[in-house]
Design a protein around this ligand. Structure first.
Ligand SMILES: O=C[C@H](O)[C@H](O)[C@H](O)COP(=O)(O)O
Length: 321
């Protein structure tokens, strides 16, 4: 059953107020971190460089900027851990496993490694979606191979920044969405692991759409993204001056849509049609299963998405009745 705290989270997650609050760090960023690009290059688009992980999803960052986050950040981590453990139950010996990126995926990689070390799973190979997941896999004893060395992926685990009721996703808070989309799309089963704060009514109201961009094409891509009604911001690193460079050597532009993304499938295609765009963080019809970590009082549970949504609806009906 959905808790009232959870319902509040959902309600807040889908409000514009949340969007403002989540991005208050951008507004509060010192001017040295908000460098307007030359307007001559960008036409009328107002574009700023913004620090990395603003609007992104490392647990500490999310805890600091996301008002929907559970009050105690460790509770959010507990939910992620519970989901990660549950998800790994789906893995069988001999499988090729897609290893997502981010804090939730990291826990899944660790749990997978634990089972391999305990000899409860054998002959597992992982396909990493980033340096991060590759390094973690090595650290936890999960053998990895290149995507080009396998002819299929049995199951992929990945996190998400937002999930709507149709299981469309925004991903890319860690700038890994291009490789993730390849691996997740190929997988026979793509399992998305989230805590309840990630579920929203409308994608993009709170979280920007990350777009991986060929550096050569940056200015025209920024103009084209603005022409789609977006507010593009180049993601910059937190502990390095300058832009975030992805594992594939490209830049990341976070695009905010003040009204949210009304038609995620159409927007995914439109953005990807812009020459110079490598891929964007809208994932449509990629997730086969979404596991949601929820908290009711002290009780943590993991439920399938449909169950989560229906318990949310029935609780909402109960509240409004
Ligand atoms: O680029 C990063 C990925 O798309 C992540 O899976 C996503 O940002 C969710 O990350 P987290 O599990 O840390 O919230």
């Amino acid at each position: 059953m959905a808790s009232s705290a959870m319902l509040q989270n959902i309600a807040v997650a889908s409000s514009a107020a949340t969007s403002v609050a989540r991005f208050r760090s951008i507004a509060a960023a010192p001017s040295s971190q908000r460098v307007a690009l030359g307007q001559s290059h960008l036409g009328s688009a107002k574009v700023f460089f913004t620090p990395a992980r603003i609007g992104s999803r490392s647990s500490s960052h999310r805890a600091a900027t996301q008002v929907v986050a559970l009050k105690d950040p460790s509770s959010q981590d507990n939910l992620k851990r519970a989901v990660a453990k549950k998800a790994i139950e789906l893995v069988k010996s001999g499988m090729v496993v897609g290893l997502g990126t981010g804090s939730t995926s990291s826990m899944a990689i660790e749990e997978l490694g634990n089972l391999i070390q305990a000899n409860k799973l054998k002959d597992i190979v992982g396909v990493a979606t980033s340096y991060q997941s590759k390094v973690l896999a090595r650290q936890f004893g999960v053998k990895t191979v290149d995507l080009n060395d396998v002819n299929h992926i049995d199951i992929a685990f990945d996190g998400a920044d937002e999930v709507d009721s149709g299981m469309s996703l925004i991903k890319g808070g860690g700038a890994a969405h291009t490789m993730e989309k390849v691996v997740d799309s190929i997988a026979k089963e793509c399992v998305i692991l989230i805590d309840e704060t990630k579920v929203v009514k409308t994608l993009g109201l709170s979280f920007p759409v990350p777009v991986e961009v060929l550096p050569f094409a940056l200015a025209p891509v920024l103009r084209a993204l603005a022409a789609l009604g977006g507010q593009p911001e180049i993601r910059t690193a937190l502990r390095k001056d300058g832009p975030v460079i992805t594992d594939l050597g490209n830049m990341v532009v976070d695009v905010r849509f003040p009204e949210g993304v009304k038609d995620p499938a159409e927007m995914e295609t439109k953005i990807n049609m812009i020459p110079g765009v490598i891929d964007n963080g809208l994932f449509i019809n990629v997730a086969h299963k979404v596991l949601v970590g929820t908290k009711d009082g002290d009780e943590t549970s993991v439920v399938e998405f449909a169950e989560f949504v229906s318990s949310m609806k029935s609780s909402t009906e109960g509240v409004s009745a």
